[in-house]
Ligand binder design. Sequence first.
Ligand code: V07
Length: 255
Amino acid sequence: MLEKLSKWKSTISSREKNKDIDDINVPRHIAIIMDGNGRWAKLKGLPRVAGHHEGMKVINKIVRKADELGVEILTLYAFSTENWKRPKTEVDYLLKLPERFLNKELPTLIEKNVKVRLMGSIEQLPEHTQRAVTKAMKETENNTGLVLNFALNYGSRYELINAVKDIAKEVESGSMSVEDIDESVISEHLMTAELRDPDLLIRTSGELRLSNFMLWQVAYSEFWFTDVLWPDFNEQHLVEAIAVYQKRARRYGGV
Ligand code: V07
């Protein structure tokens, strides 16, 4: 009885915590630019890599919360094609994080029915990184829950160049005519072909730019920016972003 009561109490309190948002209009696809890890470390007098490690620990919490709220797809910008310009020691460290994350979290992701998915040029990554992410994708490929889509060595212009090349080849071979090229043809040639476009884009750390992230896909997305640095980002910030999204949707629906 006491146990039942405490279960009931915890249900109530989790509803209370989410009181700012309604269950109906939850964004189905949320994309996040996880910025501010280096800055977080610097403010604490730590090396940049300490910020990256701390940032990695946040992902878990956000995946859990997104799943609880009914989000279907969570896309996280982990490594951009521009990140290669950083010092080699930092790049080497960053490219160890997928393995570190997955070594610890893959069993939980499997248990939670999460499907791990990647977008980006995986072939250019170190062998050890490729092995870890391929294993994660394989072991979760039949999962039917939240899609956790990591943008890894991803750049939107590169993605668009490849889409244009693929479409041009199909036209050249005669399997498509120029007149057939429309929005859906382009969407289907992007690395997000089987995903819906993001409903909500979040960027942390006060930068108000897209930085070559999903340029085509966010054409109609709502944007939410915060000064909070990614390692300080928590479940309540996610709830806040969704609340703002819902308020805008209501306004939009009202006119
Ligand atoms: C990275 C931690 C989060 C903050 C942003 C930069 C640093 C998780 C991954 C990851 C990637 C693929 C995958 C599983 C996990 C990751 C990089 C950096 C390169 F299948 N965090 N994280 N990858 N950071």
